[in-house]
Write a protein that binds this ligand. Sequence first.
Ligand SMILES: [Zn+2]
Length: 137
Amino acid sequence: MCHCKFCQRATGSAYLVEPVFEASDFALTRGKPKQYIHVSEGSGKEVHIHFCDNCGTKLFLTFERFADVVGVYGGTFDDPNWLEIGPENSKHIFLGVAQKGTVIPPHVNTFIEHATESDGTPITPTVFDRPHIIGTK
Ligand SMILES: [Zn+2]
C-alpha cells in the first residue's frame, strides 16, 4: 500500500493498493496500454504509468529503479480479492505523507518513506500493535 502523493493523485484517493509481481510473472494478454512517464521527485528515476487510452483507467506501473518488477493498480483486477493480503506479504509505505484519518492495520510493516535505501539496504519497519490512525499518536 503506497501512501505517497504521487499515488494519492494517481488514484484520486488516500493510497494505492499495489500488488507487486516479478516482471517474469506478469504478461499483458490483450490490448496495448498507453504509457505516461513520470520522473520521481524523490529518486529522479522514471516511473512508467500504463493506462487504457480508451477509458483512462491506470493499469500497471513499471519502474526505472526496479526494472524486474511490475506494480498493478489493485482495483483493476476482475476480482480485486483474488489474492490474500496480510502482514506476511504486504507493507504500507510513505506514511510520512499519508492522509489524516487513514487507518493503518496492526502487525504490518510500515515505513515513513520507502522500505529500502536507494542502494537497496532494508530500512527497519515500524509495526503497530493495534490499528493506527494517521494524524494521531
Ligand atoms: Zn506511491
